[in-house]
Write a protein that binds this ligand. Structure first.
Ligand code: DSN
Length: 420
């Protein structure tokens, strides 16, 4: 902290309002059970780097080639982040500067596409992502977007159908990746399709990056031309993005990130990414990834046994979708009820949903954050019981309030940030 009290420019002005809000949020994170598939609890070491003096410096450019003086330490930090990321994903080039997953995707689009080029991606309603072609995203504005759906019966990707659409669309870029798809994605099949139609292949592994790093989901690295990811979901790092590609694309990707779509990198976040990669390289992270998937399968099976319809019948990864149509409620009603009980997840469209994204027929459930707390199979059964109880008693405010106490007790049995 700046200490010179005689210098008014260095006066510390405690911001009690923000401090109080942060304290309240800490309390919420400690006392609620987070089942949002894209969230996690990052380590204190990651937070220390994020909240460090590294936030003070511009470092536009890349290690050894910056536009500002005084970047020697930043070069070392970024080199370390790159080295660790390449080790983790067994790659020979990566860019760790994207501020987010969308930025990472956008950089790949800038490097590979021109206006009106065709792209092929998963339909948002079936599990895709806004940055893969939503009409209000720049992808929807500047490119011709074609989409593939999941098979209406199996609710899984039908690779033959993807191939058929690829021949019609003749895309320059195919995107394999999703934000609410609970099955293994076969990057090799996507590669074959991309090769047949002469397209680039981009794998957006934002959701499964930690599972790939932990060896419980097949990798896209070495198969897709470009792999984009976020670092804060299953990878459990700071909020941010990254791009992995073969080094033959290094010039193009680096230029696309800076100056293409970004200015100065957030070097405090780059340092926190380095910390996250180091953590994910430890043998314990493999066990974490295994447990995330185990917990997901257990909770999914528990809810299925209790009469909930699970999209695609199950899960292979950290998340699954529950179709609430046969329960006579919408995703909005269910997520709102569960939030009142301290179980935090999100409403989510399901394949071929007829309801809009603000209402939805389903909810998405994910286990990365609960697993970080140390919850296991026993707790997943308990959470399955809690979810069922809440949804069956959603009109009964006393029952929901009583459940909230039980949820809080379970959360407190698995403390997070106990030393803060
Ligand atoms: N919003 C993220 C998710 O929840 O899946 C994806 O960007």
């Amino acid at each position: 902290m700046i200490k010179n009290k005689d210098n008014p420019a260095q006066a510390e002005i405690p911001d009690i309002q923000i401090q109080k809000l942060i304290a309240k949020e800490l309390d919420r994170q400690r006392n609620q059970i987070v089942l949002i598939a894209s969230e996690n609890y990052t380590s204190m070491e990651v937070m220390r780097a994020t909240g460090s003096v590294l936030t003070n410096k511009y470092a536009e450019g890349y290690p050894g080639d910056r536009y500002y003086e005084g970047c020697q330490i930043y070069d070392e930090i970024e080199d370390l982040a790159i080295k660790r990321c390449n080790e983790l994903f067994n790659s020979n080039f990566c860019n760790v500067q994207p501020h987010s997953g969308v930025q990472a995707n956008t950089a790949v689009f800038l490097g590979t596409l021109n206006c009106n080029d065709h792209i092929l991606s998963m339909n948002l309603r079936d599990g895709g992502h806004l940055s893969h072609g939503h009409k209000q995203n720049l992808t929807g504005k500047y490119f011709e977007v074609f989409t593939y759906s999941v098979d209406p019966e199996t609710e899984m990707i039908d690779y033959e159908n993807v191939k058929k659409i690829a021949w019609i669309a003749r895309p320059k870029l195919i995107i394999a990746g999703a934000s609410s798809y609970s099955r293994i994605i076969d990057y090799t099949k996507f590669r074959e399709i991309a090769d047949e139609v002469g397209a680039f292949l981009m794998a957006d592994i934002a959701h499964v990056a930690g599972l790939i790093a932990g060896g419980v989901h097949p990798t896209s690295v070495g198969i897709a031309d470009f792999t984009t990811a976020t670092t804060h979901k299953t990878l459990r790092g700071p909020r941010g993005g990254l791009i992995i590609a073969d080094k033959k694309y290094s010039g193009m990707i680096n230029k696309s990130v800076f100056p293409g779509i970004q200015g100065g990198p957030l070097m405090n976040t780059v340092a926190a990414k380095a910390v996250c990669f180091n953590e994910a390289l430890q043998p314990l992270f493999k066990e974490y990834a295994r447990r995330v998937v185990e917990n997901s399968k257990v909770l999914c099976a528990n809810l299925k046994d209790r009469g909930f319809r699970i999209v695609s019948g199950g899960t292979d990864n950290h998340l699954f979708l529950v179709d609430l149509t046969n329960m006579g409620m919408t995703g909005y009603e269910a997520s709102d009820t569960l939030a009142s009980a301290g179980i935090i997840l999100n409403k989510n469209v399901i394949p071929y949903d007829t309801l809009n994204p603000n209402i939805t027929s389903g909810i998405r459930i994910g286990t990365p954050a609960a697993t970080t707390r140390g919850m296991g199979v026993k707790e997943m059964h308990k959470i399955g019981e809690f979810i069922t109880f809440a949804l069956k008693n959603r009109e009964d405010k006393t029952a929901i309030a009583d459940l909230a106490n039980r949820v809080k007790k379970l959360a407190q049995d698995f403390p997070v940030y106990a030393d803060m």
